[in-house]
Design a protein around this ligand. Structure first.
Ligand code: NAP
Length: 492
């Protein structure tokens, strides 16, 4: 065990949806990696639950297959695998029925003192029945917690219904609403940069910051998730949760401590201060669009309607919004938000653009003065870049140029970052809710997003299109260029 790895307490992690894609791709590999790192105690169990009539060995085969698919072969050491598999159990339960629950209850009873984590890696319409049965079978102990996966509703009303159903059985301090973006190293570094350095916080306001861009771009299309995606769209799938969480962490006031409620209180204030966008201004402040055929990475790509096999869908695969936060710190500073599928490349980043210097002492031969930028990259290569202006080296006179002070975490620390789920799962077991969303935050995010959806419907707002492999529709470029600014990739 590394000297910096502190073991968590004894736990039972019950994964409802233990045979699903999320379990296979994220949860089981994350727990395996934490086990490899020495963070799991001997008394740590992982209990898969689903309807499938798998015996113990059948589930172990599923786990082995998942790990061999999603963990590097070089990291699947036989000893580590053996230790991990010894933690794994499986109970077949149809969560909407009664059978299987007594077996689950008796397995859990053998670990009554352990931290008990119920992970709902199932469709959200099962959250209510599962919670009800957990209550009915008396499975909640003093050390129990529940993890809810996105999507948390389709709008404010349905999110409220989910929170109500789960809240009948669990207290708010036991509920962990996961947004895996918050488990990313860069996101936590945003807080470290802002609140552990003297340098940035004095400049972190409308006097010094010109605007902020937040982009979450995917190069893939909807693939075989089309059925689900078409009921959701870019706004619900990405903007309402991931992008709004990034916006909150960028814009929030310093919390009085790095503690769950202190951080979440400040995030909530940002959400409440967002200027309302509705049918009066949605046309001007938002762009929605769908991808058409194009070319990604040199390969021809189909349009959304073809991918979906339905030529009538009016679901957006791209959204861009000009948001504003009506408070003292941010008055007049636009936050340009955008997300989409089938864009030029996969990238997620926050770009903080500082204002120009107040007086230029250099003459025209020095060249155009660039503005400072702080770029926080969440993926693919997590890191932070601070762009500063320096003198071009050499005897050629005072020529200025912008250079990046680049900190790629992988290069700087020589380690690859743990997956966000590793961090977040350990936080659940440790009982740390700082990086999880509180019910009132989810409600406030929907309160901002719902009127935008309503405005799109009310105004029958135009659905723009964009060719696959581009940065989205020209209307999204116009959205920022109207203000005399450009998206990062157009500003080089
Ligand atoms: P999935 O592959 O369809 O898995 C669903 C799981 O639920 C399966 O294990 C299924 O097993 C189980 N299940 C369904 N009905 C059940 C029932 N009545 N009783 C017991 N188990 C039942 O879905 P997924 O991709 O893992 O996603 C699960 C949830 O996480 C969804 O809400 C999704 O939106 C969310 N999510 C997924 C990802 C991801 O990367 N996949 C990322 C973020 C959020 P049986 O059929 O054997 O019962």
């Amino acid at each position: 065990m590394s000297s910096r790895t502190i073991q968590v307490s004894a736990f039972d992690l019950v994964v409802f949806g233990g045979t699903g894609d999320l379990a296979a791709r994220k949860l089981l590999p994350a727990m395996f990696q934490r086990d490899r790192a020495g963070q799991l105690p001997d008394e740590g169990r992982i209990i898969g639950v689903s309807r499938r009539a798998l015996g113990h060995d059948g589930y172990l085969d599923f786990v082995k297959k998942s790990l061999s698919t999603y963990v590097k072969a070089s990291e699947l050491e036989p000893e580590a695998l053996k230790r991990f598999l010894a933690r794994v159990h499986f109970v077949p339960v149809d969560v909407t029925g009664e059978s299987g629950w007594p077996e689950l209850a008796s397995l859990l009873a053998s670990g009554n003192e352990a931290v008990r984590c119920f992970y709902f890696a199932v469709s959200p319409d099962l959250f209510a029945p599962i919670s009800e049965r957990i209550g009915q079978f008396g499975l909640i102990t003093d050390h129990s917690r529940v993890v809810l996966e996105k999507p948390l509703g389709k709008n404010g009303e349905s999110a409220h219904a989910v929170n109500e159903a789960v809240g009948k059985v669990f207290n708010e301090h036991q509920i962990y609403r996961i947004d895996h973006y918050l488990g990313k190293e860069t996101v936590q570094n945003l807080m470290a940069l802002r609140f552990a350095n003297r340098l940035f916080e004095p400049l972190w306001n409308s006097t010094h910051i010109d605007h902020v861009q937040i982009t979450v771009a995917e190069d893939i299309g909807v693939g075989d998730r089309g059925g689900y995606y078409d009921t959701s769209g870019a706004m619900r799938d990405m903007l309402q949760n991931h992008i709004m969480q990034l916006l909150c962490l960028t814009a929030m006031e310093p919390p009085d401590a790095f503690e769950a409620d202190a951080v979440r209180d400040e995030k909530l204030k940002v959400l409440k201060a967002l200027k309302r966008i509705d049918e009066r201004n949605a046309e001007h402040m938002t762009v929605r669009a769908q991808y058409r055929a194009g070319s990604v990475g040199g390969q021809p790509s189909a349009g959304y309607l073809e991918d979906l096999g339905n030529d009538t869908s009016s679901t957006e695969t791209f959204v861009a919004i000009r948001a504003e936060i009506a408070n003292w710190r941010w008055a007049g500073v636009p936050f340009y938000l955008r997300t989409g599928k089938r864009l030029t490349k996969r990238t997620s980043e926050i770009v903080v653009n500082f204002r120009p210097i107040s007086h230029n002492i250099f003459d025209a031969t020095a060249g155009r003065l660039s503005q400072n930028r702080l770029i926080l990259r969440l993926q693919p290569d997590e890191g932070v870049t601070l762009e500063v202006t320096i003198k071009d080296p050499g005897p050629g006179g005072m020529r200025l140029r912008r250079i990046p002070l680049d900190m790629s975490f992988v290069e700087t620390f020589g380690v690859s970052n743990p997956d966000a789920y590793e961090r977040l799962l350990m936080d659940v077991i440790r009982g740390n809710q700082t990086l999880f969303m509180r019910a009132d935050e989810v409600a406030a995010a929907w309160q901002w997003v719902d009127p935008i959806h309503a405005a799109w419907a009310h105004n029958d707002q135009r659905m723009h299109t964009y060719a696959g492999g581009t940065w989205g529709p020209s209307a999204a470029i116009a959205l920022i260029e109207r203000d005399g600014r450009t998206w990062l990739e157009d500003s080089e």
